[in-house]
Design a protein around this ligand. Structure first.
Ligand code: ADP
Ligand code: LRH
Length: 488
């Protein structure tokens, strides 16, 4: 039976997952996993956060070889986090390691761009939540740099890996829609965006951007030198990890909200058309493009990053902390003793997370958590609180009757977070699959090469029939959540 291979690059780890479809079921096997994270590099008087894309590429190649070794490779697809890009010179060589979206180079840049392209007009075109790291702001931030002057092509991270794997350059649409440079109505590059970059910032955007391709397009065969993987078609999947994750929501109804819960939490609903109202803009909701012409109307809520970065801080200080043990202790603590606004910009960069949480607590008149379990509880209560608001807003702004919330991504493995989410939102939560992104990636490529068929509902039935999920029913009153929300 032939095998499909999903290269899924998350902000905290990359993996290659092999998948086989038979009798309406998908069987998956993780064939490679490798670490990922920000790499601070000092140069020219400042430290810049980069991604080590070369080691991610090496991990992807190793994983593709292994997947191909388990059977004939029928197809491959690559997805990753959004917005970040590599620049290529005239010879096709990479101009430096891509800059990480948590690098502070974009501080203050959105306001400068709005001086040329007012925020409301920008939203009417690209429909995006304002995040300082949207590609449009990153490009404005590096305007005038030597790197940009030498650049001939801009490739988002999955497209960059696709170029190295096949030699073909393309811009996959779902990920392109996170750049701020795509018109959410026409699903094409937005002339207004390109004009602003070219005329006001001197960034030659038109020359840099490849042609857009819809997810499900076969890009090119994998090049030689990749062992048994060579020659298999590389398919442009929903190369934005969140787009692939939403494909893999095992929903039996269309009245669902989703939370793609990993380093970030993407909380929203699936719609047929963007919502570009003033209310949606004011709530900072985004309209990212999805697979099969859909729109992902969602809010990007900070996610398990707060916990990941707290663990890193404690370990750096020599504390021996274990996630499973911390979660068990946190579950026994009283609920909502201290909450923070997880979207406060202070939590965006790497650094001492517990210290920043304690400062936020003190500023809002709350007693800061006393130990690691207390901080863990505070983070999970705060995430559930943020999910509560975002699910309710998504339903209201999108005009959707939501009756169930699906959690996919690594957060689906966090029992305490799932239970708190059900309590906070007041709706049943269905958790799983934890590897939703890779599964969505696999299904879209399999369909493109004829190994699966049907619409998104049909693909979701395959997921539902193939994975174990856990359902959490809401318990307890809503009032304590409403009170906690007023504290922040
Ligand atoms: P990303 O794709 O952004 O790298 P993932 O979807 O892989 O993120 O999710 C990673 C997070 O999932 C981890 O930081 C951790 O908090 C959580 N996670 C994964 N497995 C477990 C587990 N068994 N128990 C609790 N949390 C888990
Ligand atoms: C999640 C994600 C999210 C983006 C962020 C930069 O991994 O792709 O959708 O906003 O990374």
């Amino acid at each position: 039976m032939s095998v499909h291979a999903a290269v899924d690059l998350g902000a905290s780890s990359g993996r290659v997952i092999a998948g086989r479809i038979a009798h309406g079921r998908l069987r998956t096997e993780e064939v490679a996993r490798f670490a990922n994270g920000p790499v601070p590099v000092p140069a020219a008087g400042r430290t810049t956060l980069h991604w080590d894309v070369l080691s991610l590429y090496a991990g992807a190649v190793e994983g593709l070889r292994r997947a191909a070794g388990t059977g004939g490779l029928a197809s491959a697809g690559v997805d990753s986090w959004a917005v970040d890009y590599g620049l290529l010179d005239a010879d096709g060589a990479l101009l430096g390691a891509p800059v990480h979206y948590r690098d502070p180079r974009t501080d203050g840049v959105p306001a400068r761009v709005f001086g040329h392209w007012p925020a409301d007009r920008m939203y009417a075109v690209n429909g995006l939540q304002v995040q300082p790291f949207n590609t449009v702001f990153q490009l404005a931030a590096e305007a005038g740099s030597a790197r940009l002057a030498a650049a001939r092509d801009l490739l988002l991270v999955p497209d960059l890996l696709g170029y190295w794997l096949t030699g073909a350059k393309a811009a996959e649409l779902t990920n392109a829609s996170t750049t701020g440079l795509v018109d959410v109505r026409t699903r094409r590059w937005a002339p207004e965006a390109l004009d602003v970059l070219e005329e006001s910032f001197g960034v030659p955007a038109r020359g840099l951007l490849p042609d857009l391709v819809e997810p499900g397009t076969v890009v090119a065969p994998l090049r030689g030198g990749l062992g048994d993987a060579a020659g298999a078609p590389l398919v442009a999947v929903g190369s934005h990890d969140t787009a692939s994750a939403v494909v893999a929501v095992p929903a039996a109804t269309d009245r669902f909200a989703y939370i793609s819960s990993g380093t970030w939490s993407l909380v929203g609903v699936e719609l047929d058309a963007p919502v570009r109202t003033e209310a949606s803009r004011a709530a900072n909701f985004t309209n990212e493009l999805g697979v099969d012409g859909t729109v992902r109307h969602l809010r990007n809520v900070s996610g398990l990053w707060l916990l990941q970065e707290s663990l890193r801080t404690w370990r750096e200080r020599g504390r021996r902390v274990d996630l499973a043990d911390l979660l068990e202790r946190a579950a026994r603590l009283p609920a909502l003793a201290c909450v923070v606004d997880v979207d406060d910009p202070r939590f965006l960069p790497p650094g001492d997370m517990p210290d920043r949480i304690a400062a936020f607590a003190a500023e809002t008149g709350q007693r800061p958590p006393g130990d690691e379990a207390g901080f863990t509880r505070c983070i999970l209560d705060s995430l559930a609180l943020a999910y509560r608001r975002a699910v309710h807003q998504a339903a209201e702004l999108g005009g959707k009757d939501v009756e169930v919330v699906h959690i996919v991504g690594g957060g689906a493995n966090n029992t305490l977070l799932c239970r708190l989410t059900a309590d906070a939102v007041g709706l049943p939560v269905v958790a799983g699959p934890a590897e939703g992104t890779a599964i969505g990636n696999l299904l879209v490529q399999a369909r493109a090469v004829g190994a699966a068929d049907g619409d998104l509902a049909a693909l979701r039935r395959i997921v539902a029939d193939s994975v174990q999920t856990v359902t959490y029913h809401p318990e307890g009153p809503q009032a304590p959540w409403a009170e906690a929300a007023r504290r922040i």
